[in-house]
Design a protein around this ligand. Sequence first.
Ligand SMILES: Cc1ncc(COP(=O)(O)O)c(C=O)c1O
Length: 414
Amino acid sequence: MKNKPSDKKKDLLKRYGYRFGEMRLRTMKHLGMDVIETERSGCYSRDIDGELILDALALQGVFNLGRRHPVIVEALKEGIETLDMGNNFFMSEQRLQLAEKLAETTPCDVDCFFLSSTGSEAVELALKVARGFTSRPGIISANECYHGVTGFALSTNSNPDYTAPFEPLIPGFSHVPFGSIDALSAEISDSTAAVIFEPMISEAGLLIPPADYFSEVRALCDAHDSLLIIDEVVTGLGRTGKFWGIEHFDGANPDIMISGKGLSAGMYPMAATMMTEEVADFFLAYPFSHYSSTGGSDLGCVVASAMIDIVNTPAFLEQVNLKGARLAAGYEELLNSYPETLASYGQIGLNTVLRLADDSGGFRMNHYLAEAGVFALLATNSTAAIRIQPPLIVSDSEIDLILNALDGAFGRMR
Ligand SMILES: Cc1ncc(COP(=O)(O)O)c(C=O)c1O
């Protein structure tokens, strides 16, 4: 934030720090992001002291449709007239409608569902099912990955900042560099239950593997009767200019896909674990081995279905690509102007990352952007990378504001 906080804000921040953690608050202050959110609409929210903040992160996809998208607000209002969360022991048309809608969008046969509330839970179930289905212990993930913070999901993580205080993690997990078929080939074996990857990893500076990577991963999984799990929590739902990130690659044919974040439309938590019929048959023997009392709520299903209707159209996805190209054109200019500060960038749809020359430059960059009223975030697994992932409904003029703020921030970095 660029202005000094008012007395009211100072008091709220102090009380907030006590209740929710002083170090978290200090970190957010350090990054210039000690915002107390009040109004929110489209790509903007307002701090309690009045400053407007332009969102260039969209909570990594949660706010793909921006804040309080009018169609989503209406869907929720209409739903609330007759529905609530639903009794998870009963069936519901809303849950069925969402599952059938999602199944139509996927590029493979992951037609059977479990709905929950968070990405971590959806990953948790995917890994549990993989172990249960194969009766094997091994899970392989990428060195650079982030799949969440719960037990199985955390065990996929190789970053000690997340894992060190909680060791020993669940046994049987190992890691390989993302994009290397040789490394995966050396690690996978007949005790591997599953390989879990995102289609591309923005947490580590947007790693995009070669076009044939996933068909080779698939072939290795087939050779060892292991499952392939694709985590689309960030890359799914239009972020990359296709509805699913994995559509950029041929032949992945995952056994399990995971969605979350944007499935909420920023309004009602929702996540999905999507499995092939064969894998879902695991539940014939263990029907209640996984459960969520509040996951997959009827109101959330109404919201998620309305979101899919908006995003899953050629016109919507095309404008995501056009806006991504506008950002990329701006990044090219920044590369020319600041070759000593900006090393490179990655862009696929509106999934974009700037890679800085200075290894820890992300902190300063974050701060300068925040002072210019733009909220982006350095990548958690690479402090040299700044993720720019605005809502998919961002306008051309808002993109130009983000580019202007970046220009100013690079000027200050120099
Ligand atoms: C790729 C990926 N998977 C899973 C998760 C976990 O999602 P959640 O924070 O909703 O538990 C995240 C969160 O950032 C993520 O980036």
